[in-house]
Design a protein around this ligand. Sequence first.
Ligand SMILES: C[S@@+](CC[C@H](N)C(=O)[O-])C[C@H]1O[C@@H](n2cnc3c(N)ncnc32)[C@H](O)[C@@H]1O
Length: 247
Amino acid sequence: MASAAYARIASTYDDLPVRHALGPEPALVDWSGPASPRVLDIGCGTGLWLARQAALPCAPRLAGVDPSAEMLARALARLPDADLRVALAERLPFPDADFDVVALRFCHHHFADRRSAWAELARVLSPGGVFVIENIDPVRMPGHWIFQRFPEARALDARYPDDGTLLSELRSAGLEATVSMRYTAGTIVLSEALRQARVRDQTHLVALDDAAFDRGLAALTALAEGDPAGHLSTESCVVTLRGRPRF
Ligand SMILES: C[S@@+](CC[C@H](N)C(=O)[O-])C[C@H]1O[C@@H](n2cnc3c(N)ncnc32)[C@H](O)[C@@H]1O
């Protein structure tokens, strides 16, 4: 999805509660390295993850990059003291070995050149540094309400590499990682699903072509108007890769 799309959705991005469901980075909670570790969030968006780390006792020094000036403006408002720059993961504006902890959350499906991004990640990590890459895995969540109601969105799953591909790409860049998964299942109230669909700021709905989106929205509207308090089942799967430079 181009930066143009994020220019449009930047104003509503923080409204979705699930985007705030993030904790402190374990590597920073247990930090025993140099004082005030330098932390980079690649594709930092509106700065939600960086803000969550800001008050940790290790007093991290925060940096972030994002190609969307509109998303980054919101991060800057949230974190006026952070080092935030308009830049791509594929070309980071930082010197070698500059960071102790680097995060990439829900962004690598946008990269035009993942291998360059992993090479840049390896370059800016300090020798003892750690990285964390998180993203949804659409293939493991066919029951998500968006896929149920907008079936053509499944065609966009190809943007998300599987774990094996990611691990092998990282290994080629000199990085090793372990994989974990967080699966959740539940329900969403129909009126809330309809509200979220109308906002259309979740990645599969943004990238879906307009005709397919309109068909799904019309069907969802009819369903929700018939039973606004009804529920849809839903599920999600977030995959986390944690790792370090390989020696
Ligand atoms: C779904 S948002 C995630 C934002 C943030 N990481 C979060 O978890 O809230 C994806 C972000 O990736 C950014 N992005 C897109 N292409 C990128 C690239 N090539 N390099 C770095 N970030 C990119 C977008 O501008 C957007 O802010």
